[in-house]
Design a protein around this ligand. Structure first.
Ligand code: FAD
Length: 633
């Protein structure tokens, strides 16, 4: 076994997207020596790909907006399954996090009177997304990276070394978390390898912040890029933490469907937010046929009213194209299934007939470029073909809302890898604000945890380190075994077909059996070649994570016998108020995924009062409803 590089830090943040960078900045600002580790190049996280914007109730475009309305929209979007404390903190703190970004140099698009402009998005009652054209994530990451450099420059001036207190380890993959040998099982380090050289590396640290993003690569059709293999979810499980509600996967309604090489790439919701409409092969705006009862009073019933909303939202209701994503994705799925799809198995998204070309170019430059380059379609002149794509995971590490702490001492999580905030369905734009709010809180939480340790720092268990090293290089040392690419393809196809957008009990049960059969194949994958930049080896290591995360998804999807948000059971088509009170927690017990039902915290009376009783009655059980006269039951 080759030598293991060793580094020592107060806080190790795994992931350099918005959540990871914001957590690391906070930890460093609290005086903690912090490492940021990223599997991909620094700057190339999913956050950079975010297009539409960051949701924050600043009230710049409509003064009626405030945190309470944002909270209500978030809870409605999540179908009342959100962790209420997280949704409250998020709605309250998002504006401050956006203004803070401006202090650090971000430049958002402006309103006519010079304030930060805000755009419409599905499920948000008022224009709420702070944005930079359709490249908001790029500005967010650029600004956070700039802040990292600013802090490093301060350290260079004061300590003579820019990396003395905050250092980035790019292209470094963490494969295992290491605990101390004590009864409490505290975090003591993070183990991994350097992609460029294949060198093994141990970061000794009492506090790890997971900020590893999503799981999309377990599905064939996805907007996610190569590194989203659910590593953080799997690391948390193996360390002893719980995952909450892994059945909720967001299939974004609009991904590209053609050509095959780009299938799944995202078409931003801003197209619809800015006036784009969905049509089927008959040219019909079909979303009017798919407004569910729970949203009926909030959405327009005619095209005239829907179109009037863009100019006069006070006197018109919202277009049904702006229903929450789960509703739109299911509607597209139904149209295609019933033979009214586009030539390549999607539906049409039309912005060309809705505004002048010059305006489309101003508002959606990246979308124009994407379709021209990848599909030879000019979106200023013809409609796009779009269909659902696996986009986001609502489920994730179960954390304390205020600090981001998981059940494992020293392990924190923020951003897409954490769970609870978005309930059963995330509203667009709520992720970028989530990253900033809970990234910061995690940085503070980790710093406070370390302060509480005093001199009692955990020491990595040497046996665990040795085992992690052996496991990580095992695929390279096997003399026979299967290609990781073949196993990956089998896993993706199976998950897409059996645990995808529409689920049926027997098919999900079949998926669990298939995953059982895939396990020995994953354990025997063989990577050929050396250690330096060997993608076959990297995939072989990641497969272990995809397998366990897929099992968590499938087991939860089988257990939850209702349809809600990003979990649609054809055999249980309605929402069940009893299930609304229930979180599904997965943990690893004796190496296997075990499932437990756990009650969800109820909404505080003042938060419950933000909703009409008639609306609450659609979601809550009788005993949860406030009394008829408005007094609390
Ligand atoms: P990410 O930004 O995904 O970063 C994860 C980091 O973890 C990366 O640096 C990765 O390399 C690293 N990592 C992963 N595994 C390991 C490992 N084992 N070891 C070391 N490092 C690891 N949301 C919005 O709110 N508004 C939008 O407009 C929007 N548009 C989107 C457009 C696209 C195309 C996509 C894909 C997503 C979009 N989203 C949007 C969702 C949002 O971008 C993501 O949910 C969010 O950026 C996730 O941020 P994060 O910080 O949690 O993780």
């Amino acid at each position: 076994m080759s030598e293991i590089q060793r580094h020592s830090y107060d806080v190790v943040v795994i992931g350099a997207g918005g959540a990871g960078l914001r957590a690391a900045i906070e930890a460093r600002q609290q005086g903690k020596k912090t490492a940021i580790i990223s599997k991909s190049l620094f700057g190339k996280a999913h956050t950079v790909m975010a297009e539409g914007g960051a949701a924050a109730a600043m009230g710049n475009v409509n003064a009626k907006d405030n945190w309470q309305v944002h909270f209500r929209d978030t809870i409605r979007g999540g179908k009342f399954l959100n962790n209420p404390r997280m949704a409250e903190l998020h709605a309250k703190e998002s504006p401050d996090r956006i203004w803070e970004l401006e202090l650090w140099g971000a430049l958002f698009d402006r309103t006519k009177d010079g304030t930060i402009s805000q755009r419409n998005f599905g499920g948000h009652e008022y224009p709420r997304l702070a944005h930079v054209g359709d490249r908001t994530g790029l500005e967010l990451i650029r600004t956070l990276q700039q802040r990292v450099v600013q802090l490093q420059q301060a350290d260079a001036a004061e300590l003579g070394d820019p990396e003395a207190m905050l250092k980035v380890y790019a292209e470094t993959t963490i494969t295992e978390l290491v605990k101390d040998g004590g009864a409490e099982g505290r975090i003591a380090g993070a183990f991994g390898y350097v992609r460029e050289t294949g060198d093994l590396v141990l970061f000794e640290t009492p506090a790890v912040v997971l900020a590893t993003g999503g799981i999309g690569k377990s599905f064939t059709v996805t907007s996610n890029s190569w590194e989203y293999t659910g590593d953080g979810h799997a690391l948390a499980l193996r360390a002893g933490a719980g995952l909450v509600n892994m059945e909720f996967i967001q299939f974004h309604p609009t991904g590209m469907v053609w050509p095959p090489s780009v299938k799944g790439i995202l078409v931003t919701e801003s197209v619809r937010g800015d006036g784009g409409v969905l049509r089927n092969s008959d040219g019909k705006r079909f979303m009017f046929d798919y407004v569910p009862d729970v949203f009926r009073t909030q959405y327009a019933e005619t095209e005239e009213e829907a179109d009037g909303w863009y100019e006069d939202p006070a006197n018109n209701r919202r277009p049904p194209e702006l229903l929450p994503r789960d509703e739109v994705a299911r509607a597209i799925n139904s149209e295609v299934k019933e033979g009214r799809g586009s030539p390549h198995g999607g539906v049409f998204l039309d912005i060309a007939s809705r505004m002048p070309a010059v305006e489309i170019m101003r508002r959606l430059p990246s979308m124009h470029h994407q379709f021209k380059e990848l599909a030879d379609v000019d979106i200023t002149a013809e409609p796009m073909e779009v269909g659902p794509t696996c986009h986001y995971v609502m489920g994730g590490v179960e954390v304390d809302a205020d600090t981001g702490a998981s059940l494992v001492p020293g392990l924190f999580a923020a951003g897409e890898v954490s769970g609870g905030m978005h309930g059963s369905n995330r509203l667009g734009g709520n992720s970028l604000s989530d990253l900033l709010v809970f990234g910061r809180r995690c940085g503070l939480g980790a710093a406070a945890y370390i302060d509480g340790l005093g001199d009692d720092r955990p020491v990595p268990d040497a046996d665990v380190v040795a085992r992690a090293a052996e496991e990580s290089v095992a695929p390279l040392e096997r003399t026979d075994g299967e290609s990781p690419y073949a196993v990956h393809q089998a896993l993706q196809t199976m998950m897409n077909e059996l645990v995808g957008i529409i689920r049926r009990g027997p098919e999900v049960a079949q998926a669990i059996e298939d995953l059982d059969k895939l396990r020995p194949r994953v354990e025997r994958v063989r990577a050929t070649g050396g250690r330096a930049y060997n993608p076959g080896w990297h995939l072989a290591v990641d497969l272990r994570n995809m397998l366990v995360v897929s099992e968590a998804i499938a087991r939860c999807a089988l257990e939850r016998e209702e349809s809600r948000g990003g979990h649609t059971r054809e055999d249980f088509p309605g929402m069940d108020p009893e299930w609304r009170k229930t979180n599904l927690i997965t943990r690893l017990v004796d190496g296997g995924v075990a499932l437990k039902r756990q009650p969800l915290d109820s909404l505080r009376p003042d938060l419950l009062a933000l909703f009409e009783r008639t609306e609450l009655a659609k979601y809550l059980t009788e005993d949860e409803l406030p009394a008829e006269d408005g007094a609390d039951a």
